[in-house]
Ligand binder design. Sequence first.
Ligand code: HEC
Ligand code: HEC
Ligand code: HEC
Ligand code: HEC
Ligand code: HEC
Length: 203
Amino acid sequence: MKSKLIGALVTFGLIGGLCSFVYALTTNKVVIGYNINYEPDQPIPFSHKLHAGEMQINCKYCHAGVDISRHSPVPSLNICMNCHLNILPKNDKQTEVFTAMSDKYNNDEPVEWEKVHLLPDFVKFPHAYHIRSLEEKRNASANAVELADESNGYKAHVCQTCHGQVQEMDVVYQWSSLSMGWCVNCHRKPEHNAPVNCGTCHY
Ligand code: HEC
Ligand code: HEC
Ligand code: HEC
Ligand code: HEC
Ligand code: HEC
């Protein structure tokens, strides 16, 4: 008797759960497959807020090549060590992290950063076209001089269009959905008028 009651309760629970899940899906409360807000832990607590925000290091100083190639490479430790060979730790936490960084650097070991953004293999996304096209439009706009002033650091760049305010993030997260609709909607905008045939983005 008791086990039948439990069985019934479990069944009701499962059905109820399934119904609310389907409801949530249809109302767009959960979107399956899109990693929006994905924010993995990183092996070194590198902060964009500190480096790109407060210190205003140019995005392209670290992500060099983003405007000429398909991918935007994540920097190797060499770039960090340009500064960090001369920076002394201020507290225990920094001693620990900076030692880990210089150990890896001296042993020629790469830092295994967790990837934040990842499109499926059947999609092609070339950074170069996007950066060039967005920068041209920015330069043609009324406040271009202010925006293009390299001394303005990150403000001179167009990365935020797709990645959000990275210079305010302690830990980078995926700001856009990266869904097909997101790409196509932007391509369709009159100011972009970029191609939307399937072969543009698919192999
Ligand atoms: C232009 C110079 C420069 C570059 C390049 C640079 N850093 Fe830094 N970094 C600093 C300075 C300055 C500090 C602040 C030290 C302080 O005053 O606390 C710092 C602090 C840090 C901290 C400690 C933050 C904390 O919470 O205390 C970490 C971790 C760090 N950097 C990692 C990196 C990594 C990883 C890279 C390469 C991807 C890098 N840095 C590149 C200058 C630099
Ligand atoms: C001092 C070096 C440095 C600067 C400056 C810097 N980045 Fe990064 N960036 C990194 C490192 C190291 C990682 C990998 C670790 C992480 O995700 O935090 C990274 C990761 C990223 C990622 C996520 C990559 C992925 O795995 O999908 C994006 C997007 C990004 N940066 C954009 C920017 C933008 C936009 C700026 C300028 C506002 C910028 N970065 C400035 C070093 C830098
Ligand atoms: C038009 C939108 C768009 C713009 C503008 C853009 N990105 Fe990206 N970024 C993406 C997408 C989409 C991905 C995922 C690519 C993939 O998985 O193949 C990505 C991935 C990355 C990555 C991870 C490595 C990679 O290439 O997969 C880094 C780092 C990055 N972007 C940095 C930048 C920086 C720095 C800028 C500005 C100079 C920038 N992005 C401008 C859309 C954009
Ligand atoms: C901020 C608006 C914007 C977003 C978001 C965007 N694109 Fe684009 N895309 C453009 C523009 C503008 C061009 C045209 C560049 C040019 O004129 O060469 C373009 C061009 C392209 C091209 C090259 C087309 C050619 O001429 O061969 C590909 C491929 C592409 N985008 C893929 C993607 C994918 C995949 C995504 C989503 C992950 C995406 N784009 C998101 C604005 C955008
Ligand atoms: C501007 C870029 C772009 C264009 C143009 C585009 N796609 Fe996509 N497509 C994507 C991206 C990004 C994804 C992966 C994200 C997603 O599934 O929404 C995708 C995913 C897909 C998927 C897999 C869906 C899934 O969830 O597994 C199919 C099927 C597809 N596209 C078909 C098409 C067809 C057919 C066309 C032409 C009518 C087309 N795409 C045009 C960017 C594009």
